[in-house]
Every structure is written in structure tokens, then in C-alpha cells.
Design a binder for this molecule. Structure first.
Ligand code: SAH
Length: 244
């Protein structure tokens, strides 16, 4: 069939209005190939230094668009933090990948996350760990994350509404602990819930300023500390949120 040139040339279309509206939409640009964003997403993580194949694979299989608010679905794979409910944020993908890589998670590990937020980081951890427990102080966020993770079939994640600063004694000790909100001091309760040889990764620093990702390893003799990249996180606050 000969294409109607007026449908292909929008300015001509204005000059010579058609009797009938076009049945198919006129694209000014060809639609992006499905998967192009995901490919770019993987490339940018590699370019920024993420090298663990397991972490890259976990980042590849978890559908980030399922964890962002509807207004952000189109830009879900952009390398930036985005708002979620209750004034909180879903972390930037690079920081999720970086912290996960630093956590060095293995299949036989039990992992605790403090700060479930959207559930995205927990979903990434679920691909690498045996069991994941995640605590969130906003019930609204905990309920929503539990629903999202359940719908997507991440059966090894348990979301608990509560104050993660008190740890989660019911399932302690943990081989790995990740805190995804900024702490002004190392929470000793969490250190106490680490196994010997256990690792904790957390953003540490003043709530008002930039913070540093810190990696703590618990040894018999004490805790070894490594300071890593600068980041900016929402604050780790005591107590379960009274509303929401
Ligand atoms: N990991 C999340 C991003 C978390 S933003 C994701 O992948 O989407 C940090 C979260 O930590 C917020 O939801 C905030 O409510 C929560 N938080 C802050 N202090 C907390 C505490 N004491 N216990 C549990 N959650 C806390």
C-alpha cells in the first residue's frame, strides 16, 4: 500500500488537513527499542565500576519500574534517587549496586536491611542471599513493599514494620546488615546482631551534610572499619513513625 505522505510529514498535514483522522499515531521519532534503557542501565553500572557479575545480574533482573511511583515509571532506569511515599526516597541505582557489592552477599547468608522504603534494595538482595529481613518505620511503606515483593514472587524476603534501630532480634544473628538511611553514629544494637565475620554497610555522617558509606566487619577482637564513597541519604530516625 502506498503510504499517505501527509501522515508522515506533520507540517504537510497542517497545510492539507485530512478528511479522516489517522488511525495509527504519527511518531516524530521511532519508538525506542524495548530493553534499550535496561541495556544502558547495565552499561552505566559497569562504567561506574560495578564489576560483580552476581550484582550486575541481580540489578538486571529486578524490575525497578515496579518500585517507583506511577509518575516515575518512564524514568525508572535513570541513575537517580526518586521520591516515594511518606517523604522518603528510592536510592539511586548506582548506590544500590555499590552498597550491595560492598556487602558481599552469598547464597547461604541471612541479611537484615534497615529502611525498606520501596522494597527495591530488598529485591536486589533477595537475588543473592538465602533470606532477607527488612525493617521499615513507616507502616504504609512496609505494607506497600510487602505487597510489591509478594506480587513479583520474591519469597525469601520478609518485611517488618518497626524501628530498625532496635535491630530484629527474632531472626538474629545476621551475616550481613545494610542500613539504607543515614546514621549519625554506628548503631551498636545492629553491630551486636552481626555474626562473627559479619559485615555491615551503612551511610554514616551528619543528617544535614553528605555522608560516607562505611563498611564494618565484626571480628572476635573488635570491629574493622573502612570508609568508602560520599553519598546523601534520608536520615535514620528512632522509633516507628506514629502516622502513616
Ligand atoms: N532501601 C530503600 C530506600 C530507603 S530510604 C529502597 O530500596 O527503596 C530510607 C528508609 O529508611 C525510609 O523509608 C525511612 O522511613 C526508613 N527508616 C529511617 N529510619 C528508620 C528506622 N529507625 N527503622 C526502620 N526504617 C527507617
Amino acid at each position: 500500500m502506498i503510504p499517505d505522505w501527509r501522515r508522515l510529514l506533520p507540517w504537510r498535514q497542517q497545510e492539507a488537513p485530512m478528511a479522516e483522522p489517522p488511525k495509527e499515531p504519527v511518531f516524530e521519532q521511532p519508538p525506542r527499542e524495548p530493553g534499550a534503557e535496561r541495556m544502558e542501565f547495565q552499561l552505566s553500572l559497569r562504567r561506574r565500576g560495578i564489576s560483580s557479575r552476581e550484582v550486575l545480574r541481580a540489578m538486571d533482573v529486578v524490575p525497578r519500574e515496579q518500585f517507583v511511583l506511577p509518575d516515575y515509571v518512564e524514568t525508572a532506569y535513570a541513575d537517580q534517587a526518586m521520591p516515594i511515599s511518606c517523604g522518603q526516597t528510592i536510592s539511586q541505582p548506582y548506590v544500590v549496586a555499590y552498597m550491595t557489592e560492598q556487602l558481599d552477599v552469598h547464597r547461604d547468608h541471612r541479611v537484615l536491611e534497615v529502611g525498606t522504603g520501596s522494597g527495591y534494595q530488598a529485591a536486589v538482595l533477595s537475588q543473592l542471599a538465602g533470606e532477607v529481613y527488612s525493617v521499615e518505620r513507616y507502616r504504609t511503606l512496609a505494607d506497600r513493599a510487602r505487597e510489591t515483593l509478594g506480587r513479583l514472587g520474591y519469597t525469601n524476603v520478609t518485611v517488618v514494620a518497626g524501628d530498625g534501630l532496635g535491630g530484629l532480634p527474632a531472626h538474629a544473628p545476621y551475616d550481613r546488615i545494610i542500613v539504607t538511611a543515614a546514621a549519625e553514629a554506628v548503631p551498636q544494637t545492629l553491630v551486636d546482631e552481626l555474626t562473627e565475620g559479619g559485615v555491615m554497610v551503612l551511610p554514616l555522617g551528619e543528617h544535614s551534610g553528605p555522608q560516607r558509606i562505611v563498611r564494618l566487619t565484626r571480628h572476635k577482637e573488635g570491629v574493622a572499619r573502612q570508609e568508602l564513597i560520599w553519598v546523601r541519604f534520608v536520615p535514620l530516625l528512632p522509633g516507628q513513625a506514629r502516622e502513616l
